[in-house]
Design a binder for this molecule. Sequence first.
Ligand code: SF4
Ligand code: SF4
Length: 163
Amino acid sequence: MLEKTGVPTKEQVMNEFPDISRINEGPVVVIECFKEIPCNPCTIACKFDAIHIGEDINKRPEVTEDNCIGCSVCLSKCPGLAIMLVDGSKSEEYVHMTIPYEFYPLPEEGDIVEGLDREGEFLEKVKVLKVTNPKSYDRTPLVKLEVSRKYMYDFRNIRLEEM
Ligand code: SF4
Ligand code: SF4
């Protein structure tokens, strides 16, 4: 499926997630970089030694989950928008998920927007918890959302309702 459509299967996605005990401890990165490509801004961006590619720049990044503090810097540095954050420490019902979002207008804190899966299909309405867009992110804003746990492995994007 990934080769034909560019969309990973749920099993491929779940393989990239940390186990649930780590997710429930606090924010941690999930990297969906499935192809071997010459790219490494993620590993350069991380000052906590949590992302490794090694000497061969074509290798896929590997995450040392226990080193990740959830600072989110790497999300804005990935040209493929392949990195997000998941945090299951806040609630039994919801997880907080932070995604890069390069569409305008940006949502605002408190907005209710449409939560979408990897194929752009509607999952549920989700609440915007925070929008971060400092100059250092170089026009790759980050949006933190409250997502139902049951959609944790499906959720990947948002769509603002038409005004
Ligand atoms: S969120 Fe921060 S600590 Fe975690 S991998 Fe990215 S840059 Fe490193
Ligand atoms: S910066 Fe993004 S696209 Fe490049 S290797 Fe890292 S995760 Fe993959």
